[in-house]
Design a protein around this ligand. Structure first.
Ligand code: NAP
Length: 221
């Protein structure tokens, strides 16, 4: 049985991951910034833990609460998107996107290493975006989101080397109907998660350090 940690599991794709893993009998530790408001996550049967991925003390405390427990799958899902443009960007907003989207997964993964080391087969996944692909950027804009997801991709690539042979990958879920997209998109969070789990379930060291589309093919960096 797998024990999975999912960050930002109180809504959207993170909540759909929690429900899908619980439905097949896995143990889910779902994190939320405001556990008291994570009713749907708690009702799903997940263990709910408080975590703000930008707060060092919050990350350290979370890792300490997991001390001695094995974590088989870490899904770095928490993320934010701000719609900035060249003529109206705010450096503080871009820095916040870097803090949540790129530094957050690095902080959390590093803090959870003792728990991941207790697993026979640890796997690390981060939810990236095709918008973080430099090769695939044909429409510009979104400076903070694109750059922070490109930075996340670089972080996970380094982790895949430093933590070899553990698989560490980034996955693009597609354009998914959640609060982040104003409920616009091509598919539901449940549909995106169902497909991403097909990729996650077959992760091994030969797939590590790669940038996957939810359907399993590789995307250009
Ligand atoms: N939806 C898409 O089309 C799409 C496409 C490509 C990639 N993605 C990526 O997929 C992931 C999930 O996106 P989503 O669509 O499910 O977004 P969402 O519905 O906006 O959910 C984002 C989650 O991240 C959490 N979060 C934000 N800041 C946090 C912080 N500082 N510490 C801990 N948790 C924090 C939120 O918690 P609160 O409720 O407390 O704010 C929420 O649980 C993100 O990394 C996103 O970039 C989504």
């Amino acid at each position: 049985m797998t024990t999975a940690v999912i960050t930002g599991a109180n809504r959207g794709i993170g909540l759909a991951f929690a429900k899908a893993l619980l439905a097949r009998g896995d143990t889910v530790i779902g994190t939320a910034r405001e556990p008291a408001e994570a009713g749907e996550l708690a009702n799903s049967g997940a263990e709910v833990e408080e975590l703000d991925v930008t707060d060092d003390a919050s990350v350290t405390n979370f890792a300490e609460r997991l001390q001695g427990r094995s974590v088989d799958l870490l899904i770095n899902n928490a993320g934010i998107l701000r719609r900035d443009r060249l003529d109206s960007f705010d450096p503080a907003t871009l820095q916040r996107e870097f803090d949540v989207n790129a530094l957050g997964p690095l902080r959390v993964t590093n803090a959870l290493l003792p728990s991941l080391r207790l697993s026979a087969k640890p796997r690390i996944v981060a939810l990236t975006s095709r918008m973080g692909s430099i090769a695939d950027n044909n429409s510009g804009g979104f400076y903070g989101y694109r750059a922070s997801k490109a930075a996340l991709n670089a972080v996970i690539k380094s982790l895949s080397i430093d933590l070899d042979p553990w698989p560490a990958v980034v996955i693009h879920p597609g354009y998914v109907r959640t609060r982040m997209t104003g409920n616009q998109g091509d598919l539901t969070a449940e549909e995106a998660v169902e497909r991403m789990l097909l990729v996650i379930d077959k992760l091994d060291s030969s797939m590590s350090g790669k940038f996957f589309h939810r359907d399993g093919h590789e995307l250009p960096w």
